[in-house]
Write a protein that binds this ligand. Structure first.
Ligand SMILES: *Cc1c(COP(=O)(O)O)cnc(C)c1O
Length: 346
Protein backbone atom coordinates (compact mmCIF):
# COMPACT_ATOMS: atom_id res chain seq x y z
CA UNK A 1 0.00 0.00 0.00
CA UNK A 2 3.04 2.27 0.13
CA UNK A 3 2.41 3.52 -3.40
CA UNK A 4 -0.93 4.94 -2.26
CA UNK A 5 0.92 7.27 0.10
CA UNK A 6 1.67 10.85 -0.96
CA UNK A 7 4.85 11.07 -3.07
CA UNK A 8 6.41 13.31 -0.48
CA UNK A 9 5.76 10.71 2.19
CA UNK A 10 7.01 7.81 0.07
CA UNK A 11 10.31 9.63 -0.33
CA UNK A 12 10.55 10.66 3.31
CA UNK A 13 13.26 9.30 5.59
CA UNK A 14 11.80 9.48 9.10
CA UNK A 15 13.69 11.30 11.86
CA UNK A 16 16.26 8.92 13.28
CA UNK A 17 15.59 9.61 16.93
CA UNK A 18 17.92 8.17 19.51
CA UNK A 19 15.06 5.85 20.43
CA UNK A 20 14.69 4.53 16.89
CA UNK A 21 18.41 3.94 16.48
CA UNK A 22 18.25 1.72 19.54
CA UNK A 23 21.37 0.20 21.06
CA UNK A 24 21.79 -1.83 24.20
CA UNK A 25 23.65 -1.09 27.35
CA UNK A 26 23.41 0.54 30.71
CA UNK A 27 24.65 4.06 30.03
CA UNK A 28 22.23 6.07 27.90
CA UNK A 29 23.62 9.45 27.00
CA UNK A 30 22.23 9.80 23.49
CA UNK A 31 18.88 11.56 23.75
CA UNK A 32 19.57 14.50 26.09
CA UNK A 33 17.20 12.98 28.60
CA UNK A 34 17.43 13.82 32.27
CA UNK A 35 18.94 11.17 34.55
CA UNK A 36 16.40 12.10 37.24
CA UNK A 37 13.37 9.82 37.33
CA UNK A 38 11.07 11.94 39.49
CA UNK A 39 8.02 10.26 41.01
CA UNK A 40 4.51 11.51 40.29
CA UNK A 41 1.03 10.45 41.30
CA UNK A 42 -1.48 11.28 38.58
CA UNK A 43 -5.20 11.79 38.90
CA UNK A 44 -6.71 9.28 36.50
CA UNK A 45 -10.35 9.87 37.27
CA UNK A 46 -12.83 11.36 34.75
CA UNK A 47 -11.06 9.78 31.80
CA UNK A 48 -14.49 9.22 30.26
CA UNK A 49 -14.50 12.97 29.52
CA UNK A 50 -12.48 14.79 26.88
CA UNK A 51 -9.68 17.03 28.05
CA UNK A 52 -9.60 20.79 27.60
CA UNK A 53 -7.88 21.88 24.40
CA UNK A 54 -5.68 24.24 26.43
CA UNK A 55 -6.03 23.38 30.14
CA UNK A 56 -6.09 26.75 31.91
CA UNK A 57 -4.19 25.76 35.08
CA UNK A 58 -1.38 24.36 32.92
CA UNK A 59 -1.25 27.42 30.65
CA UNK A 60 -1.31 29.75 33.67
CA UNK A 61 1.46 27.81 35.40
CA UNK A 62 3.78 27.77 32.39
CA UNK A 63 3.07 31.42 31.53
CA UNK A 64 3.99 32.41 35.09
CA UNK A 65 7.18 30.33 34.91
CA UNK A 66 8.17 31.84 31.54
CA UNK A 67 7.21 35.39 32.50
CA UNK A 68 4.60 35.86 29.76
CA UNK A 69 0.83 36.24 29.67
CA UNK A 70 -1.43 33.18 29.40
CA UNK A 71 -2.69 34.45 26.03
CA UNK A 72 0.91 34.28 24.79
CA UNK A 73 1.14 30.59 25.69
CA UNK A 74 0.10 27.47 23.80
CA UNK A 75 0.65 23.88 24.94
CA UNK A 76 1.13 20.91 22.61
CA UNK A 77 2.52 17.39 22.44
CA UNK A 78 6.10 18.39 22.97
CA UNK A 79 7.95 21.20 21.24
CA UNK A 80 8.00 18.95 18.17
CA UNK A 81 4.27 19.48 17.71
CA UNK A 82 4.88 23.23 18.03
CA UNK A 83 7.24 23.02 15.04
CA UNK A 84 4.59 21.15 13.09
CA UNK A 85 1.79 23.55 13.98
CA UNK A 86 3.82 26.56 12.89
CA UNK A 87 4.63 24.97 9.53
CA UNK A 88 1.06 23.81 8.96
CA UNK A 89 -0.41 27.17 9.89
CA UNK A 90 2.04 29.46 8.10
CA UNK A 91 3.48 27.65 5.07
CA UNK A 92 1.58 27.05 1.86
CA UNK A 93 2.82 23.70 0.50
CA UNK A 94 4.72 24.00 -2.78
CA UNK A 95 4.93 27.77 -2.40
CA UNK A 96 6.37 28.93 0.93
CA UNK A 97 9.63 27.90 2.54
CA UNK A 98 11.19 27.45 5.94
CA UNK A 99 14.80 28.39 6.58
CA UNK A 100 17.16 26.88 9.15
CA UNK A 101 20.88 26.85 9.81
CA UNK A 102 22.64 23.49 9.98
CA UNK A 103 24.13 21.80 11.86
CA UNK A 104 20.96 21.97 13.94
CA UNK A 105 17.94 20.04 15.17
CA UNK A 106 16.56 17.63 12.56
CA UNK A 107 12.83 18.08 12.98
CA UNK A 108 12.52 21.43 11.15
CA UNK A 109 13.54 19.65 7.96
CA UNK A 110 11.41 16.57 8.53
CA UNK A 111 8.24 18.49 9.40
CA UNK A 112 8.65 20.81 6.41
CA UNK A 113 9.27 17.88 4.08
CA UNK A 114 6.24 16.03 5.40
CA UNK A 115 3.99 18.96 4.55
CA UNK A 116 5.55 19.61 1.14
CA UNK A 117 7.15 22.86 2.24
CA UNK A 118 10.45 23.93 0.71
CA UNK A 119 13.53 23.88 2.94
CA UNK A 120 16.22 26.51 2.62
CA UNK A 121 19.43 26.10 4.54
CA UNK A 122 22.05 28.68 5.41
CA UNK A 123 24.80 26.91 7.35
CA UNK A 124 26.05 28.42 10.59
CA UNK A 125 29.44 30.09 10.19
CA UNK A 126 32.66 28.66 11.61
CA UNK A 127 31.79 29.95 15.11
CA UNK A 128 28.36 28.32 14.78
CA UNK A 129 26.74 31.73 14.65
CA UNK A 130 24.16 33.00 12.15
CA UNK A 131 25.29 33.97 8.66
CA UNK A 132 23.00 37.01 8.57
CA UNK A 133 23.97 38.12 5.06
CA UNK A 134 23.41 34.58 3.81
CA UNK A 135 19.99 34.48 5.46
CA UNK A 136 19.01 37.87 4.06
CA UNK A 137 19.85 36.67 0.55
CA UNK A 138 17.57 33.63 0.96
CA UNK A 139 14.45 35.17 2.49
CA UNK A 140 12.21 35.08 -0.62
CA UNK A 141 9.08 33.02 0.17
CA UNK A 142 10.40 32.20 3.62
CA UNK A 143 7.69 32.26 6.28
CA UNK A 144 9.56 30.68 9.19
CA UNK A 145 13.20 30.97 10.23
CA UNK A 146 14.18 28.38 12.84
CA UNK A 147 17.00 29.28 15.22
CA UNK A 148 18.03 26.86 17.94
CA UNK A 149 19.80 28.31 21.01
CA UNK A 150 21.43 26.57 22.81
CA UNK A 151 21.88 24.86 19.47
CA UNK A 152 21.50 21.10 19.24
CA UNK A 153 23.99 19.46 18.60
CA UNK A 154 26.72 22.10 18.87
CA UNK A 155 25.68 23.37 22.32
CA UNK A 156 26.53 27.05 21.76
CA UNK A 157 24.28 30.07 22.25
CA UNK A 158 23.33 32.21 19.26
CA UNK A 159 24.30 35.86 19.81
CA UNK A 160 21.43 37.96 21.03
CA UNK A 161 22.37 40.92 18.82
CA UNK A 162 22.15 38.65 15.78
CA UNK A 163 18.71 37.44 16.81
CA UNK A 164 17.57 41.06 17.11
CA UNK A 165 19.02 41.83 13.66
CA UNK A 166 17.20 38.80 12.26
CA UNK A 167 13.91 39.90 13.85
CA UNK A 168 14.32 43.34 12.28
CA UNK A 169 15.26 41.84 8.91
CA UNK A 170 12.17 39.60 8.85
CA UNK A 171 9.65 42.11 10.27
CA UNK A 172 6.26 41.76 8.52
CA UNK A 173 7.74 39.02 6.29
CA UNK A 174 8.55 35.96 8.36
CA UNK A 175 8.36 34.57 11.88
CA UNK A 176 11.60 33.87 13.73
CA UNK A 177 11.11 30.67 15.70
CA UNK A 178 13.55 30.46 18.59
CA UNK A 179 13.91 26.85 19.71
CA UNK A 180 14.65 27.18 23.42
CA UNK A 181 14.34 23.49 24.30
CA UNK A 182 17.46 23.79 26.51
CA UNK A 183 17.02 27.35 27.78
CA UNK A 184 16.19 26.23 31.32
CA UNK A 185 19.89 25.33 31.69
CA UNK A 186 20.82 28.98 30.97
CA UNK A 187 17.63 31.02 31.49
CA UNK A 188 19.50 34.34 31.25
CA UNK A 189 19.95 33.66 27.50
CA UNK A 190 16.22 33.48 26.76
CA UNK A 191 14.73 35.79 24.15
CA UNK A 192 11.37 35.80 25.92
CA UNK A 193 11.68 39.52 26.75
CA UNK A 194 11.83 40.27 23.00
CA UNK A 195 8.18 39.22 22.64
CA UNK A 196 7.28 42.72 23.87
CA UNK A 197 9.04 44.33 20.94
CA UNK A 198 8.61 41.82 18.13
CA UNK A 199 5.32 40.31 17.05
CA UNK A 200 7.16 38.10 14.54
CA UNK A 201 8.84 36.07 17.29
CA UNK A 202 7.74 32.60 18.43
CA UNK A 203 9.57 30.59 21.10
CA UNK A 204 9.50 26.83 21.54
CA UNK A 205 9.85 25.32 25.01
CA UNK A 206 9.59 21.81 26.40
CA UNK A 207 9.15 19.80 29.60
CA UNK A 208 11.35 17.05 28.08
CA UNK A 209 14.80 18.26 29.06
CA UNK A 210 15.32 20.30 32.25
CA UNK A 211 11.98 19.17 33.69
CA UNK A 212 12.92 15.50 33.16
CA UNK A 213 9.62 14.65 31.44
CA UNK A 214 10.61 13.46 27.96
CA UNK A 215 8.11 10.61 28.13
CA UNK A 216 5.24 12.90 29.09
CA UNK A 217 5.15 14.74 25.73
CA UNK A 218 4.43 18.26 26.82
CA UNK A 219 5.78 21.45 25.24
CA UNK A 220 4.88 25.08 24.75
CA UNK A 221 4.93 27.79 22.12
CA UNK A 222 5.27 31.36 23.39
CA UNK A 223 4.28 34.17 21.04
CA UNK A 224 2.03 37.16 20.79
CA UNK A 225 -1.72 36.37 20.81
CA UNK A 226 -1.96 36.88 17.03
CA UNK A 227 0.29 33.91 16.38
CA UNK A 228 -1.18 31.83 19.21
CA UNK A 229 -4.69 32.31 17.80
CA UNK A 230 -3.56 31.17 14.35
CA UNK A 231 -2.00 28.04 15.85
CA UNK A 232 -5.19 27.35 17.80
CA UNK A 233 -6.99 27.07 14.46
CA UNK A 234 -4.91 24.09 13.36
CA UNK A 235 -4.22 22.27 16.63
CA UNK A 236 -6.08 19.03 17.36
CA UNK A 237 -9.19 19.48 19.51
CA UNK A 238 -7.79 17.52 22.48
CA UNK A 239 -4.00 17.66 22.23
CA UNK A 240 -3.22 17.29 25.95
CA UNK A 241 -4.26 14.08 27.71
CA UNK A 242 -5.70 14.71 31.19
CA UNK A 243 -2.90 12.89 33.11
CA UNK A 244 -0.29 14.81 31.09
CA UNK A 245 -1.73 18.16 32.13
CA UNK A 246 -1.95 16.96 35.72
CA UNK A 247 1.70 15.84 35.88
CA UNK A 248 3.02 18.88 34.02
CA UNK A 249 1.19 21.13 36.50
CA UNK A 250 2.84 19.30 39.39
CA UNK A 251 6.23 19.83 37.74
CA UNK A 252 5.42 23.55 37.47
CA UNK A 253 4.25 23.94 41.08
CA UNK A 254 6.48 25.87 43.49
CA UNK A 255 7.92 22.57 44.73
CA UNK A 256 8.35 21.20 41.22
CA UNK A 257 10.16 24.34 40.08
CA UNK A 258 12.47 24.19 43.08
CA UNK A 259 13.34 20.59 42.32
CA UNK A 260 13.92 21.35 38.63
CA UNK A 261 16.21 24.25 39.55
CA UNK A 262 18.34 22.08 41.81
CA UNK A 263 18.54 19.32 39.20
CA UNK A 264 19.54 21.87 36.57
CA UNK A 265 22.27 23.16 38.89
CA UNK A 266 23.54 19.62 39.42
CA UNK A 267 23.57 18.85 35.69
CA UNK A 268 25.36 22.10 34.93
CA UNK A 269 27.99 21.07 37.48
CA UNK A 270 28.27 17.63 35.93
CA UNK A 271 28.71 19.24 32.51
CA UNK A 272 31.56 21.31 33.89
CA UNK A 273 33.09 18.16 35.39
CA UNK A 274 32.77 16.15 32.17
CA UNK A 275 34.12 19.00 30.09
CA UNK A 276 37.16 19.50 32.28
CA UNK A 277 37.99 15.81 32.45
CA UNK A 278 37.66 15.22 28.70
CA UNK A 279 39.68 18.30 27.74
CA UNK A 280 42.73 16.90 29.52
CA UNK A 281 42.84 14.04 26.98
CA UNK A 282 45.27 14.70 24.15
CA UNK A 283 43.59 15.30 20.79
CA UNK A 284 40.11 15.74 22.33
CA UNK A 285 38.30 19.09 22.01
CA UNK A 286 35.24 19.85 24.09
CA UNK A 287 33.01 22.55 22.59
CA UNK A 288 31.53 25.05 25.01
CA UNK A 289 27.99 23.92 25.74
CA UNK A 290 25.03 25.50 27.51
CA UNK A 291 22.48 22.67 27.49
CA UNK A 292 22.49 19.22 29.13
CA UNK A 293 24.91 17.86 26.55
CA UNK A 294 28.34 18.51 25.10
CA UNK A 295 29.66 18.21 21.57
CA UNK A 296 33.08 16.61 21.76
CA UNK A 297 35.51 16.35 18.84
CA UNK A 298 37.66 13.24 18.83
CA UNK A 299 40.63 12.21 16.67
CA UNK A 300 38.31 9.54 15.24
CA UNK A 301 34.74 10.18 16.31
CA UNK A 302 33.22 7.21 14.50
CA UNK A 303 35.60 4.73 16.08
CA UNK A 304 35.03 6.18 19.54
CA UNK A 305 31.27 6.18 19.03
CA UNK A 306 31.28 2.57 17.88
CA UNK A 307 33.57 1.34 20.65
CA UNK A 308 31.35 3.01 23.24
CA UNK A 309 28.27 1.49 21.60
CA UNK A 310 29.80 -1.99 21.66
CA UNK A 311 30.48 -1.51 25.35
CA UNK A 312 26.92 -0.58 26.23
CA UNK A 313 27.59 3.13 26.42
CA UNK A 314 25.19 4.76 23.99
CA UNK A 315 26.22 8.21 22.76
CA UNK A 316 24.96 10.19 19.76
CA UNK A 317 26.99 10.59 16.59
CA UNK A 318 26.59 13.95 14.91
CA UNK A 319 26.78 15.40 11.41
CA UNK A 320 29.93 17.24 12.49
CA UNK A 321 33.08 15.44 11.45
CA UNK A 322 34.47 13.46 14.40
CA UNK A 323 31.88 15.09 16.65
CA UNK A 324 30.03 13.00 19.21
CA UNK A 325 27.25 14.47 21.33
CA UNK A 326 27.23 13.31 24.93
CA UNK A 327 24.24 13.96 27.18
CA UNK A 328 24.96 14.97 30.74
CA UNK A 329 24.00 12.11 33.02
CA UNK A 330 24.41 11.70 36.75
CA UNK A 331 27.86 11.79 38.32
CA UNK A 332 28.35 8.02 38.00
CA UNK A 333 27.48 8.09 34.31
CA UNK A 334 29.87 10.98 33.73
CA UNK A 335 32.61 9.04 35.51
CA UNK A 336 31.93 5.96 33.38
CA UNK A 337 32.16 7.93 30.14
CA UNK A 338 35.32 9.68 31.23
CA UNK A 339 36.89 6.36 32.27
CA UNK A 340 35.92 4.73 28.98
CA UNK A 341 37.23 7.54 26.80
CA UNK A 342 40.49 7.89 28.74
CA UNK A 343 41.02 4.18 28.38
CA UNK A 344 40.21 4.27 24.65
CA UNK A 345 42.96 6.82 24.01
CA UNK A 346 45.59 5.22 26.27
C1 LIG B 1 14.43 17.70 22.33
C2 LIG B 1 14.26 18.84 21.41
C3 LIG B 1 12.99 19.26 20.98
C4 LIG B 1 11.75 18.44 21.17
O1 LIG B 1 11.23 18.49 22.39
P1 LIG B 1 9.90 17.67 22.71
O2 LIG B 1 9.19 18.63 23.58
O3 LIG B 1 10.35 16.43 23.42
O4 LIG B 1 9.15 17.40 21.45
C5 LIG B 1 12.89 20.40 20.22
N1 LIG B 1 13.99 21.08 19.86
C6 LIG B 1 15.21 20.70 20.23
C7 LIG B 1 16.38 21.48 19.81
C8 LIG B 1 15.39 19.55 21.00
O5 LIG B 1 16.62 19.13 21.28
Amino acid sequence: MEKLARKQVQQLTPYLSARRIGGSGDVWLNANESPFDNAYVADISRLNRYSECQPKPLIDAYAAYAGVKPEQTLTSRGADEGIELLIRAYCEPGQDAVLYCPPTYGMYAISAETFGVERKTVPLNSDWQLDLAGIEAQLDNVKLVFVCSPNNPTGNLVKREDIVTLLEMTKDKAIVVMDEAYIDFCPEASTVDLLKEYDNLAILRTMSKAFALAGLRCGFTLANPDIINVLLKVIAPYPVPIPVADIAQQALSAQGLERAASQVAELNQNRQYLSQALSTIEGVTVCEGWGNYLLVLFPDGDALFKAAWDNGMILRNSPIENGVRISIGNKTECEKVIGFIKNFYL
